[in-house]
Structure formats: C-alpha cells, structure tokens
Design a protein around this ligand. Structure first.
Ligand code: PLP
Length: 424
C-alpha cells in the first residue's frame, strides 16, 4: 500500500502496529505540557516505566538485607549480571556464554584491545573508519602510543571516495588485503553514528580474519537496532553501550561479546580481577586466577548492580518483543519517515538531502541545504527532540519501541511550518 501524508493514514498504521502498545511502557518528556516526538533514541533511549521497579528492588534489598543482599533476596547481586547474558545474547546473535555486561563502552574497548590488539614489529596496524566516533579515535591513538608505535603509521582510516557520502565495502576489503600481514586489528563502528550507514560486518570480518588480523566491532549504534549474528559471522569481539537503542539509562553499563574460541583460556593476555575468576573458588581468596569459562572471565570488579537493574528491565522488554518484530517495525517507520521528508521537501520546495544509504537501521541523517541551526532550534521548541551535528545535519532515529507513525506525520507538519515561517 502506498504511503499517504495524512493523519488518518498515520493513525491507521499505528492501529496495525503490534508494537504500538509498547509506547505506554516508556516515559516521554514533555514540552509545553505535550508529549514530545522523540528522535534521539540513538543517543539516549527513553526510560522504560518498569525500570524504576527494578532499581527499587535493589534499594529495598540493600535497605533490608544489606550485605546479605549479595546472596539473598529475589535477585542476588553476586549473580545479577548473569540474568542479562541470555536475553542480550539474543539481541546480538551470540551464545549466552559469549556475552557479558560490565563497565562502560570505551573502557571495555580498551580492555578488549589488551586481548585483541597485540602488535608486533611486523603486524601492528589498525584499520578503522575515517572520522570514527571521537572516543574511538582517542582510544586507538592512546593504544598505539602505549605500545610505542606512531599514530600516523599504525592507524589506517578507511576513506570515502571523493564526492561520496558512504564507505564502500569493496574499498574496505581492498585496504584490508593491501595492509595484509601488517594488519593487527580491524575495529569499526558497525553502524556509523553520523550517517547511519550499516557496514557489511560479515564480509569485512571475513576479510580481516583471512589476512590474520583480529576483527572487533563497536556496536554502540547497532545493538538493539539491527540484526546481528556475531557468533555466525565469527567476529572476535565486540562491545556496545546500552543507553542508546537499548534504553538502559544514562552512561549505563556496556555489553561485551567475546568469541567462544577465546573462552576458558588462561594464556590469553587480559587485565584481570576477582570477578573474572571461577565463582566456585572466588571467596577462597586464593592467589591463582582461574578464569570463568564464559565471557565473565573479562570481568574485573564486582558489578554496579544499581545500574544493571534498568538494563535488565529493558532486556525483559526485548525478550518479550524480539529483534525481528522490532526490525519489521523499524523498517516500516523509517520508510514512512523518509516518505514524509520527501513529501515536505516537495511541498515547500526546500532541499533536504538524506545522507543515509539504503544499508541503514533506525537512523536517517538529513543534511539541511540552506537551512540550518534555526530550523533545528524551531523543531526543539516545538517538541521535536532531535540532534544537530555540524555542519548542517539533523539525525532522526524513530526508535520502533516507542515512536508512532502519527509522530512521523506530526513531525512533518511541524517541519513544514518551520520552513514556511522562514525560521531557516
Ligand atoms: C556512543 C558511542 C560511544 C560512547 O562511549 P562511552 O564509553 O559509552 O561514553 C563510543 N563509541 C561510539 C561509536 C558511540 O556511538
């Protein structure tokens, strides 16, 4: 059925949408007393209403049980993180034992580089995408310096071709083959944060491994957004934050994937702590480190359970809905948003350019030719929460868990009004 840019049509899509009821499971901020249209689930997902109950559960156990809460209570803290592994493994296409939750994203990438960036005088180069997320760039640079290599020599950024807005898989693979036996690591953002481009992780992983490099993925914008098959793709490692599409709360714990092949090993370089040693003997307080048989071997400290609580609440919802239903809705709502943008563009004779390629997840990045920051400010003032990236890009991510088709229609109307009022 062709789309229509009308309220009735948008509402009819909402009526057909099996996930529509989940909208009520989230807290929406308000602007001028009205629920906002929220496009920044790629930056900070909305709060699941049930998250508070999970946090309160820990506060109550702490209040009533104190130290006994580690082993008693409904959800004992000492094994709390284990409850997250199974549902999370489904989200990223992994075996349960390959997944753990700990620390935060950049910290985990550093820790994973301890295991998977092991440069030698011959093989020390890293391939990443040009203009990677800044935190990732700082991480690469500091790792390379730490190991005593030159940044310009060791870090190879894959460029886009002149005049093109997306990376080509063939260019990435060609570069991997060219660097060949000097390549130690390929580490790229699975979904680019700026353009929303989804990389062909399967082919790139295969290429990297075929020249003998380790291949890891930063899945900050991918987890909970796109279909992932980390185990089947034979990825070595990956990490993601949970506060974007995974709706776990600001600055919250990161998820980690470590390929089964590396589990249960004592001879892998790794920074270790007591939470990675075998549970059975952990409290014997022995000097020998005996790694957990699963990805928990990378755990260092006992976990911040207060921050795992909202993550667990959110995962309960991913478990109920499943990634494939989320992806179905995502495809439809993103297509509808794209349609609305084209309609408005034609009506007001403006010129937006969607710079997101067809290999996409939830995000459309829109370049506002001619219009700029004032239009963005107008949207925000009128209850459309989006984000602005220099030089002239707004990123729109209609998270399928809680955005409605009616939101897309209403956004179009506000956008049109903004342009006609000449705020740009
Ligand atoms: C959001 C994001 C981060 C954030 O890292 P933190 O350590 O959680 O602050 C890192 N890398 C990418 C690609 C991101 O999108």
């Amino acid at each position: 059925m062709p789309f229509q840019n009308t309220l009735e049509f948008a509402q009819s899509l909402d009526r057909e949408d099996k996930l529509h009821k989940y909208r009520d499971e989230f807290h929406f901020p308000k602007v001028d007393g009205k629920q906002v249209i929220y496009f920044t689930g790629n930056s900070l997902g909305l709060q699941p209403k049930r998250a508070k109950k999970f946090v309160d559960g820990i506060m109550t156990d702490w209040q009533e049980l104190a130290v006994e809460g580690h082993f008693h209570g409904e959800k004992p803290w000492w094994s709390y993180h284990e409850m997250l592994a199974a549902p999370l493994a489904k989200v990223v296409g992994a075996k349960t034992e390959e997944v753990t939750v700990m620390n935060t994203l950049t910290v985990n990438l550093h820790l994973l580089m301890v295991s998977f960036y092991r440069p030698t005088s011959k093989r020390y180069k890293i391939i990443c995408e040009e203009k990677a997320f800044p935190s990732d760039q700082y991480m690469f640079q500091s790792q390379v310096k730490f190991h005593g290599y030159e940044i310009d020599d060791a870090i190879i950024e894959i460029k886009k071709r002149d005049g093109e807005k997306h990376w080509r898989t063939e260019d990435i693979i060609a570069k991997i083959n060219e660097v060949g036996d000097e390549l130690a690591l390929v580490l790229i953002g699975g979904v680019n944060y700026y353009t929303g481009q989804v990389f062909d992780m399967e082919s790139i992983t295969k290429a990297g491994k075929s020249v003998g490099a380790f291949v890891g993925w930063d899945l900050a914008h991918a987890a909970g957004n796109i279909e992932l098959k980390l185990h089947d793709w034979d990825v070595d490692f990956a990490a993601w934050c949970s506060y974007k599409y995974m709706n776990s709360g600001p600055g919250n714990a990161s998820g980690v994937f470590i390929n089964q092949r590396y589990l249960g090993k004592t001879d892998i370089p790794r920074f270790e702590g007591w939470w990675g040693t075998k549970k059975e003997s952990r409290f014997l307080m022995k000097p020998e480190f005996e790694p957990m048989e699963n990805a928990d071997a990378w755990q260092i400290s006992n976990l911040p359970v207060l921050s795992l609580a909202p993550y667990l609440a959110s995962l309960e919802m991913f478990e109920e809905v499943g990634m494939s239903a989320l992806i179905d809705k995502r495809n439809k709502i993103v297509s509808y948003l794209e349609f609305i943008l084209h309609e408005i563009d034609a009506e007001v004779d403006s010129s937006f350019e969607i710079i997101t390629p067809i290999e996409r997840g939830c995000q459309l990045s829109v370049f506002l030719h001619g219009q700029g920051r004032p239009l963005f400010d107008y949207l925000m003032k009128n209850g459309v929460i989006t984000d602005w990236r220099e030089p002239n890009v707004i990123r729109l991510a209609p998270a399928p868990f809680y955005c409605s088709f009616e939101d897309m229609y209403r956004f179009g109307q506000i956008l049109k009004r903004g342009i006609l009022e000449g705020v740009s």
